[in-house]
Design a protein around this ligand. Structure first.
Ligand SMILES: [Zn+2]
Length: 131
């Protein structure tokens, strides 16, 4: 259980879940294909990032809708204020949490056995595929 939580935390903190040392992202949106330390490939197929996107959107919607109802119950602010605030919050949150959601998804993939260093045969397959 501690291992699972620590691997998920590594993903949230944008570190390689395999070794804990390599950074997953270069800049705000560019994910490294492999870990610079252990060589673990973060995503094996294009489209795997959809899991991180789904996490990002779900967390943003839960926080926005939940925040709307909590603030409505506590302070009853005007509807226009609520809409502007929570729509803005939603957009900002999605942009800022994007990397962390993808990192979390990579950790989930790691725990499921899908994140590991390429073997020699895997690299040959990739090379012959490109020719
Ligand atoms: Zn690594």
């Amino acid at each position: 259980m501690i291992r699972i939580v620590s691997k998920l935390l590594l993903g949230l903190l944008l570190r390689c879940p395999n070794c804990g040392r390599g950074r997953m992202f270069r800049g705000l949106f560019k994910m490294e294909p492999t870990c610079p330390y252990c060589g673990a490939r973060y995503e094996r197929q294009s489209g795997e990032s959809i899991g991180g996107t789904l996490i990002n959107l779900c967390v943003a919607e839960v926080l926005s809708v939940g925040g709307y109802f909590v603030s409505q119950a506590l302070w009853s602010p005007p509807l226009a204020f609520q809409l502007v605030f929570w729509i803005t919050f939603n957009i900002v949150f999605i942009v800022l949490f994007y990397r962390h959601a993808r990192g979390l998804w990579v950790s989930i993939a790691y725990l499921a056995g899908g994140v590991y260093a390429d073997s020699d045969t895997g690299q040959q397959y990739t090379r012959t595929e490109k020719q």
